[in-house]
Write a protein that binds this ligand. Sequence first.
Ligand SMILES: Nc1nc2c(c(=O)[nH]1)N[C@H]1C(S)=C(S)[C@@H](COP(=O)(O)O)O[C@H]1N2
Ligand SMILES: [Mo]
Length: 259
Amino acid sequence: MRDFIVPRRQLIARAGGLVAAAGALPLLSGCDAINDAPAVRKILSLGETMHQHSQRALTDRDALAREFTRADLSPVFRSNGTKLPQGAAYAGHAASGFADWRVAVTGLVSRPLSLSLADIRAMPQRTQITRHDCVEGWSAIGQWTGPRLGRILAAAGLRDSARFIVFRCADRIGDALYYESCDLVDALHPQTIMAWALNGAVLPIANGAPLRLRIERQLGYKHAKYVNAIEAVASLDGLGEGKGGYWEDRVDYEWYAGI
Ligand SMILES: Nc1nc2c(c(=O)[nH]1)N[C@H]1C(S)=C(S)[C@@H](COP(=O)(O)O)O[C@H]1N2
Ligand SMILES: [Mo]
């Protein structure tokens, strides 16, 4: 019977291929296909008894962050880092209610986009009440509304060569504009949204107006505020010092800040 035992490594590799296939579905269909892949999940679960631990490791990252109710909302959702981007350009946008704000969607996409807030609000919306955890030792629960990042990327036509999504922000901290990045698992996660509303009202400037990332399986510093560009890339080498984010490049914050 020894001949029939598939090496453990090979099983993991096969399951990994299926996960990659499930991840690619939303790009093709532009729908919430991560949730709509029961067949893929069923196939994955077949292997569970054989290699329970590796199977769990592969699917964990798709798990949803806990969602709360309105009764759980923090009375005040505090602000951290930049509270007001400096400079005439941002001040002008704020004065006009961000009517001319654009979010560029570029890089490894087949249809580069320049989205207005009206475009963003016209897309299907998701609202979620989640807890934000900052590494500096505070948490807050807020309700966020916006389209899934996955939908925006699907509209732009993410290319197969894309491996990471970069977020560029309008605020400068010291020497550089803030930036962050994530892999496609987090980018396409159902709770990863570009939020323009907090607690049912337009996003306050202190919390990243007019648009900020909510990437609910990651720590606070990954949630880029004041986003004006979303870029699909194959590698993070050309971004800043190459560690994937403003703080990752300057202090010892981990690029993968999963919670
Ligand atoms: N553009 C930008 N995004 C940012 C920051 C920042 O200073 N600038 N701070 C980060 C940190 S450390 C945290 S905890 C959250 C804070 O979000 P909040 O201001 O809505 O509380 O934003 C993150 N995103
Ligand atoms: Mo933070």
